[in-house]
Each structure stands twice: as C-alpha cells, then as structure tokens.
Design a protein around this ligand. Structure first.
Ligand code: CTP
Length: 406
C-alpha cells in the first residue's frame, strides 16, 4: 500500500493527474501517477523492496517508475529534487510544493490530487478548480503561457476533448489559435509531434479529432500540403467502419489501428508528400520503409482489383487469394476503406473471413514421396493445388493428389 510506505518514510504521498481525473469520471486508467513531497526515488525504491517489484529511476528528474508483476505501472514524481550538477559537487536541491507541481500541468482537469497517507487518506486536493471543470465538462489551461511552454498540449487538448467529450473552453481555444498564429508550433520536434499524432490516432474516435485539427489549422504542421479533402474524409470514415467490422470478427489479431488511420489521412498526398510527412515526423528509417511499403502495396492491389472488378470475366477466389496473400491486416483494412467499389470490398472481406485460412491437405512431403525433385517447383505445384481448393475444384486429399499427378 503506497500510503503506508509514505507513512513509514514520513513522506506525504498523493495520487495525482490523469488517474484521479479518470477515477472521478469512472473511466478505466491503469497508469497511476504519484507525487511525493520529498524524495520520490527513495519512496519508489522502498515500495519496490516491500512489494517485490521492479523500479526504474531517473535521478536527474527525481522520477521513478514502479512496475508490478501484473503489469500495473506507478509513475512517481518528487516535488523536491536533489541532484548533483557535476560529480563531487554539492547536491542542488530544488524544493517545490505539491501545488507548484500541479501548477506545471497542462489542463485543470489533470491537477487533482488525492492524499494516500493514513492521515487524511482520500482527501481530494483541488487548487485550480479542477472539480468544477470536470463537472462543467471543459478543457481549460492553468495559465496563458501553457501552449508556449509546451506546444504538444495543443494536441493533448484535442485528444482529451474528443475522448472525454469535454469541449475546449473558449479562452483556451483562443490561446491555441494564438500559438498557431505566432508560430510556436513550428518549433515542435518531429518525434514529439509524431507521438501526439499516434496517441490521437489510437483513440476510439480519431476522425473527429482530425476534423478538429483541420479546423484549428494544425494539419499543415504535419505536412504543408496535408488537407482534409472530401475524399480523405470519406476514407477516414470508412476506416472507422472497417475497423469496427474487423474487431467484431474476434480473430484475436492485433491491428495497429493508428497505422490504418495514418495511411488514410495521408492517402491524398502524392508519394513525395507521404515521404515528406514521414521525414517531418522523424519516423525512424525502419518504420518509414514499412509505412511506405504498406502504402505502395495497398495502392498496387487496389489498382489491380479495380481493373478486374468491372470486367465480365469472373474473378475467382484464387485470384483474390493471390492478390492479397501476405498483406498485413493494416493494409487489408486500408484497401477496404480506400476503395470506392463494393465489389472490391467484398473481395477483401471474403479473403479475411474465409480464403486466407484455406490450406491444402498435401504438403511438400507428399511431393517428395512422389519423387519430385525439390526446388521452386514445389511452391508452384502447391499453389496450383491451393488454387483448385480455393475455387472448389478440389476438396479431398485424393482430388489434390490427382492434380499433382496431372
Ligand atoms: N502533462 C503535461 N504536459 C504534457 C504532458 C503531460 O502537463 N505535455 C501532465 C498532465 O497533467 C498529465 C500528466 O502530466 O496528467 C501525466 O501525463 P500523461 O500520462 O500523458 O497523461 P494522462 O492524463 O494520464 O493521459 P492519458 O489518460 O492519455 O494517459
């Protein structure tokens, strides 16, 4: 129990921030933020020793993360920092109160604290009108320089607005517009911008947040040519639908939903624009290659399928299978969202729900037994057999063997 450790060390300990906000809203939040009036690292290490869990400390910032065996995470911050500027020098001690710690935060709704020590356990501490703002359902900054101090808060404001359904207060919105106009967002590093964008795209309803970003003229910070055209909006809305559809299939397959939204958001940019967006966002080289591949794969298959869908000669299940084989769920969902053809959408849906799990009875081993010399031929023969199975021309093992022999 965190409060008990605080009592033993005679340190006041509080649960703070998003955890308390979500507690009052009845929303789930597995990340507990704790603020210690004193040495938070000492506290975190004591907790870890008593409860048998791991701790990672950052002495310079006076912060630590306690990780419990069940995955629960507790972030610990100190309101008193003690660190050595240079080896051997006297420690620099910075004292500040819980109030100062909370004052440095982004929005009033994130400034609540709850005491965890036995004395006063559960007392709600509200210095900045957080409780009122939670009741009034509003996102409000604590002071006028909040977005200048940290421009990522512009994106955080939008994320909270959509997630909680709390409008950004008028004054706060004006401060955002001002920060945009004054160019404070230009200084935002690519990594930090990417991080915020991914958090937004991972939310349940990213489309509304993207509309809001567009309304506040934030998209061009991601790329000068990025704009919400009616087609981009159509694709984004479709992404929402296909992700819901996919989740309802309960395939137990993990999908990086943000990637699908990202591909959709940037779908109307030409290739250079897409590349430029990745560069602006400092996407790592490895991941950038991956994203570019996904986009190219999606576009290529879309083109092939669109060309074939309209024709009279029938599309066979094996065609669909080989067009889509090996594509990640993110690309499959992107294709479904991007296409304007119901027929193409049906192809992908058929592939996901049925075709991709079709396998042949026979294996390479059967070919070996038949004395066929191993090599690339194996793949061709097995694909031929698979085609027959997909198209309903073979059902049993004997059917398949007949195809091999012929
Ligand atoms: N914070 C801030 N400015 C930022 C990022 C964070 O002031 N740019 C503060 C917020 O007040 C927040 C706390 O640091 O309550 C912890 O940050 P984070 O874990 O990102 O926020 P949560 O509110 O827990 O958000 P989420 O529910 O998305 O995890």
């Amino acid at each position: 129990d965190l409060g008990k450790v605080g009592d033993e060390l005679e340190l006041p300990v509080y649960a703070v921030g998003g955890f308390v906000r979500d507690l009052l809203l009845g929303a789930e939040n597995d990340d507990i933020d704790v603020s210690v009036e004193g040495d938070g690292i000492l506290f975190a290490e004591a907790v870890a020793t008593r409860m048998g869990c791991r701790v990672k400390s950052h002495a310079k910032f006076g912060t630590a993360v306690i990780v419990f065996p069940d995955g629960l995470k507790v972030d610990v911050a100190s309101t008193r920092l003690e660190y050595y500027e240079t080896p051997g020098a006297l420690p620099t001690v910075e004292r500040s109160s819980l109030k100062m710690d909370l004052y440095r935060r982004d929005f009033t709704i994130n400034t609540l604290a709850v005491k965890l020590n036995a004395e006063g356990f559960g007392t709600l501490i509200d210095y900045f009108g957080a409780y009122r703002d939670l009741r009034e359902k509003t996102i409000r900054v604590l002071h006028n320089l909040s977005f200048v101090e940290d421009p990522t808060r512009v994106f955080r404001a939008i994320r909270f607005e959509q997630r909680l359904g709390f409008p950004i207060s008028r004054h706060t919105e004006n401060l955002i517009k001002n920060a945009v106009k004054m160019g404070f967002l230009d200084k935002l590093g690519g990594r930090r911008l990417l991080n915020e964008l991914v958090l937004i795209l991972r939310e349940r309803e990213p489309v509304k947040a993207i509309l809001r970003m567009s309304g506040l003229e934030l998209l061009h910070f991601i790329h000068p040519d990025l704009a919400l055209t009616s087609d981009t909006l159509r694709v984004l809305d479709e992404v929402k639908k296909v992700i819901t559809w996919f989740e309802l299939l309960y395939l137990g397959e993990k999908v990086e939903t943000w990637v699908v939204y990202f591909l959709a958001l940037t779908s109307s940019l030409p290739d250079e624009g897409f590349w430029g967006t990745c560069t602006r966002l400092s996407v790592s080289e490895h991941y950038r290659e991956k994203l570019i591949d996904m986009r190219i794969q999606g576009e290529q298959v879309l083109e092939i399928m669109a060309r074939r869908a309209g024709r009279r000669e029938g599309v066979r299940c094996s065609d669909i299978y080989f067009w889509l084989r090996g594509l990640s769920p993110e690309v499959l969902l992107y294709i479904m969202a991007k296409t304007r053809s119901d027929e193409v959408r049906r192809y992908v849906s058929l592939y996901v729900t049925r075709l991709r799990s079709v396998v042949t009875h026979i294996t390479g081993n059967d070919l070996k037994v038949l004395g066929i010399p191993s090599g690339p031929r194996y793949r061709e023969i097995l694909d031929q057999v698979l085609s027959a199975r997909l198209n309903g021309e073979a059902t049993t093992r004997e059917d398949e063997m007949r195809i091999v022999r012929s």
